[in-house]
Design a protein around this ligand. Sequence first.
Ligand SMILES: [Zn+2]
Length: 260
Amino acid sequence: MRLTTHGLIVKEQTVGEKDKLVTAVTADMGLIRAFVKGAKNIRSPKGAATQLLCYSQLVVYSGKNKDTFIIDEAKVVDMFSKLRRNVENMCLAQYFCELAMHICPHGQPVENQLKVILNGLYLLSENKRHPLLVKACVEMRLMCYAGYQPQLTMCSGCGCYESDNMYFIPREGILTCDKCISQEKLPYALLLGKGVTRALRHTIYAEESKLFSFNLPEESLILLNTATEQFMNYMLERDFQTLTFYKFMAGYSKTPPKVI
Ligand SMILES: [Zn+2]
């Protein structure tokens, strides 16, 4: 069966001398794996349109193995060319790819997830938002779509909306005000100011069209990202190697990535 879809290429592997196997996030079928025959030929338009981080129109048909498709035709819609000129932003984009591969299901529509990632890539590519702002929004929105939505409407103890010192408890995904924080939760709580609390709420509750529309100074963005990363780490019970690499490359961490 031949199908036409649109997909963002999130992984590319060479197979033999001429072919490659790609993983794409598609709006209607979720993650798909697909062979691109003859992709290594430099004149192959299919090869160019199925490079990592290309968003392309794909004509695919089922292979012998039902889980894997064969790409018959591919045409670039957006290849985020400016993104490719900035090493740090490319590293962040590759983290989005790893995240998408972990979080997006196979065989189910992921229109919302794809939209968030594409919008994030566009903003990085055009340099329209701070990369840490884009990162926090993409992370938290993808977590929500995957069913990990923190409860940030009010303090989990007294129900107040705001206090000067609001704590975020990443391992529980809740907020607690300074009057309600218990001694046992304190060691793993993150103290957020009002601005970061609002921004964290925004990443969860803002309308899709306004998701990336806020501003924070860089030091607050760093705290916001600590909150989102710790939340993801507890919920997904894993690290992302591409994230370690991005933080090292962008100067947010002194920990060099492990070489495998
Ligand atoms: Zn409280």
